[in-house]
Design a binder for this molecule. Structure first.
Ligand SMILES: NC(=O)c1ccc[n+]([C@@H]2O[C@H](COP(=O)([O-])OP(=O)(O)OC[C@H]3O[C@@H](n4cnc5c(N)ncnc54)[C@H](OP(=O)(O)O)[C@@H]3O)[C@@H](O)[C@H]2O)c1
Length: 322
């Protein structure tokens, strides 16, 4: 059996504590060997829980020979800098979404990873949940006829004022945080070549970054796509597809708990029925895919580049209100 991929974690982020460290621990293909923090005491406290080493500062992970791969759950504005440093140090990288704040930068990082035969994966986990493959299968079988429209929404309640998502200097804002999900879902179901037709971003009172957004896109053959995202909303995490003969709706689509029993609601000529698919831990699936890519000699995830273009295009097309 191949030895587990030895992971170093950059920063004691909430997402690392809640989802990713438990996922790395459960996966046979990965082993966390070190946790880095700007504060050594914080790294020590978390490392003690996970039975690994604590180090002060992120640079220390990059010179650590035991570390083969790093997980980067830093604020969005720091993703590119530390991803580049890790790739230059010869480490595989699993980086939180988005890889960077600019398409050109993401393109440069994808090229760097490819030229060094290192894995570079963006931590968009829902695409690793089998439920969406089941929806794709229904589409391919023409369960709803020919696809005519798609919509996707990801909105979450307001975060505290000091949250990283509310700081412009840390790459905050609804587009880079929550907008990634519905745009990636559109790419997942409608393929490449999506075009942004129009967009709007809104900054609600007390916010220094956009707290909401919506965009209209079209697939190459004209199928319409509506996405919305936000950081100051009631929770919504869903998508729907309409065809000539029916529709498919998926709720709790993007960040389901590992034990959530997923449902696909299918409406067709015979009525409405719920299709149940098995619960899956998408974090576990994601770390497995990352370890496999690293062991296969690296493969940069090219879809993140297209997603970066869509994020850029939405921002360029948007008028900012508020
Ligand atoms: N894929 C998903 O499902 C998912 C879900 C949630 C979040 N995320 C992403 O994960 C990343 C982290 O989100 P989070 O909610 O876990 O954030 P968080 O709890 O605020 O953690 C961010 C970490 O970054 C480090 N850091 C370095 N410089 C910092 C600075 N100037 N200000 C604040 N923190 C700084 C800190 O670690 P030390 O102080 O220990 O060094 C901190 O613990 C974001 O990119 C977010 O979009 C992804």
């Amino acid at each position: 059996m191949t030895a587990p991929l030895r992971i170093g974690v950059m920063g004691c982020a909430d997402i690392a504590r809640r989802r990713m460290l438990p996922a790395f621990a459960r996966a046979a293909r990965t082993e966390v060997v070190a946790i880095a923090s700007r504060e050594l005491a914080r790294a020590r406290e978390l490392a003690a829980v996970h039975g690994c080493r604590a180090v002060r500062g992120y640079e220390a992970l990059l010179t650590d020979e035991e570390v083969e791969a790093v997980y980067v759950p830093l604020p969005a504005a720091l993703h590119a800098e530390w991803t580049e440093a890790a790739l230059l140090a010869g480490k595989h990288v699993l980086v939180e979404k988005p890889v960077s704040l600019r398409r050109e930068t993401t393109g440069r990082l994808v090229e760097l990873a490819t030229s060094r035969r290192l894995a570079l994966m963006e931590n968009v986990m829902f695409v690793h949940h089998g439920r969406h493959a089941a929806v794709r299968k229904l589409l391919a079988e023409e369960a709803i006829g020919e696809l005519r429209g798609f919509e996707a929404h990801f909105t979450v309640p307001r975060r505290p004022e000091d949250d990283i998502r509310r700081q412009p200097e840390l790459g905050g804002g609804a587009l880079w945080d929550t907008g990634v999900y519905p745009l990636r879902a559109a790419r997942y179901f409608l393929g490449p070549g999506l075009r942004v037709i129009g967009a709007s971003l809104v900054r609600s009172r007390g916010h220094r970054v956009e707290s909401a957004g919506t965009a209209l896109l079209a697939a190459p053959e004209g199928t319409g796509i509506h996405v919305s995202f936000g950081l100051d909303h009631a929770y919504r995490s869903s998508y729907a597809l309409w065809g000539t003969g029916g529709s498919i709706a998926v709720d709790r689509a993007f960040t389901p708990a590992a034990d959530h029993r997923p449902v696909i609601r299918l409406a067709d000529g015979t009525g409405v029925r719920d299709v149940f698919v098995p619960a899956e831990d998408q974090a576990h699936n994601t770390v497995g895919a990352f370890a496999a890519a690293a062991r296969a000699g690296g493969a940069a995830d090219g879809v993140c580049l297209e997603q970066a273009r869509l994020l850029d295009d939405v921002r360029a097309a948007a008028s900012l209100h508020g």
